[in-house]
Design a protein around this ligand. Structure first.
Ligand code: DWN
Length: 405
């Protein structure tokens, strides 16, 4: 496998073995035919882009039964509300402005624009989440975005003031045609605003569970700048975001069209300080990942050995990496509680841990809750004071394995 960006050799640095589709929640009848692929991450020795070695076909991951709905977290809904306001106040100019959101999911961001009467279009390949967006009054095209689609959109709707893509770009293995499509769509002063989990946070927090099939890339400013330059685009602003365990918001424009904020150079400096350009950083990361796995298994075995009940909290995509890499089965984790109806009554991918409604968690508190949705910790801790009040404890593994006192 060569680099998806520059075709140079890849240096694999962490490998998790055979993995299922991270959001492939399944019934017992499907166990025998569950598809598996080899999950490993690598860094390109030439352009520095960190990426998956192998990624399943997009259609195997994003389809009419997609299991992730953005609005399931209140804090995420607030975050996207603020993003919508920022896009409207900062980048929507002139008569009849037009905003495209690629991967609009259930429409949580575009709903604000729809209500404000801003011309918009969501492009979303998962028909079930797109239907929720449509029910909210959002215009949605059910499709994968690519260069050909961009030309069609340009013909039908004209150029865009802003293209927004949150937690989308890092999912797209064929990034060059995708970015070429965005370039095609943008007005001369138009911007691409996108957010994705930030490599600096993943490395710093040993958040290895961000590595799963859907995430083809683990972005940072330096390799992204090189990639955008090939398309006559440049990053004009970067802004760290607390969401999803540490994300980065990038604003990208046609080269020379907008002033470049000093934040871009500042983050290049931060990436050098973090050693994101050095192979040794990734070797050390792999070592910490292995330690994290071993420590988590010891902790779970101890709890179960003492007859304690452990329940997972949040059947996240990330938990698929953790449960399978650490060989966490229903013997260690009784079930995973999740508020998403489509996941409930099914089994977690690969590890086949039952996924049950949140009401089950409330009805009979376990001794330990294993916080798979650690990126929502603030919201969850605020909601779960009653659990803690009766002595319930949280097992965490990012940034370090432990029990929250
Ligand atoms: O990139 C991606 C990110 C943005 O979202 C996608 N590839 C898929 C998804 O990743 P994830 O599944 O790891 O995302 P979350 O937001 O960490 O998932 C949270 C899960 O936990 C949801 O299934 C909802 C559930 N949940 C819950 O049961 N109780 C969440 C909260 C806040 C709760 O209180």
């Amino acid at each position: 496998m060569r680099c998806r960006i520059c075709e140079a050799a890849l240096a694999p640095f962490v490998s998790f073995g055979r993995m299922p589709i991270a959001n492939g929640f399944l019934t017992e009848a499907d166990f025998a035919t569950e598809p598996l692929f080899e999950l490993a991450a690598a860094r390109c020795e030439a352009c520095g882009m960190v990426q998956l070695l192998e990624q399943p076909a997009p259609e195997a991951m994003f389809h009419e039964n997609y299991a992730f709905f953005t609005s399931t977290s209140r804090s995420m809904a607030q975050h996207f509300g603020r993003l919508a306001e920022g896009v409207m106040s900062g980048y929507v100019e002139g008569d009849r402005p037009f905003v495209v959101e690629i991967g609009c999911n259930d429409g949580v961001m575009l709903e604000r624009l729809a209500r404000a009467g801003v011309r918009h279009l969501g492009v979303e390949p998962a028909a079930n989440v797109a239907a929720v967006a449509q029910s909210r009054g959002v215009q949605v095209l059910v499709a994968f975005f690519d260069e050909a689609l961009a030309h069609g959109l340009l013909k039908d709707h004209g150029p865009a003031d802003a293209v927004v893509a949150t937690n989308v770009m890092c999912h797209v293995g064929a990034l060059h045609p995708f970015v070429a499509g965005i370039k095609t769509l943008l007005k001369p002063r138009g911007v691409l605003v996108f957010e994705d989990p930030y490599l600096g946070d993943i490395v710093e927090k040993t958040a290895y569970d961000q590595i799963y099939d859907e995430h083809a890339f683990y972005f940072s400013v330096v390799p992204l700048s090189r990639m955008f330059a090939q398309h006559g685009l440049e990053i004009v602003n970067v802004e760290p975001q607390a969401v999803h365990g540490g994300s980065m918001r990038y604003v990208v424009a046609h080269k020379g069209a907008r002033r470049v904020s000093p934040s871009v150079a500042a983050h290049r400096g931060r990436e050098a300080d973090l050693g994101l350009d050095r192979p040794a950083t990734y070797e050390a990361f792999r070592h910490r990942v292995e330690q994290s796995r071993d420590a988590l298994v010891v902790l779970l075995e101890q709890a179960r050995g003492q007859g304690r009940r452990v329940v997972g909290y949040g059947a996240t995509s990330k938990s698929t990496t953790v449960t399978n890499y650490c060989a966490i089965t229903p013997r260690l984790v009784e079930y995973i509680s999740d508020t998403t109806p489509i996941k409930q009554g099914k089994y977690s991918p690969g590890a086949h841990i039952p996924v049950r409604p949140y009401e089950d968690f409330k009805a009979s508190y376990p001794d330990y809750a294993l916080l798979f949705a650690w990126n929502h910790a603030e919201e969850i801790m605020a909601n779960e004071q009653a659990y803690r009040a009766v002595g319930g404890q949280w097992i965490v593994y990012v940034p370090k394995v432990g029990v929250l006192a």
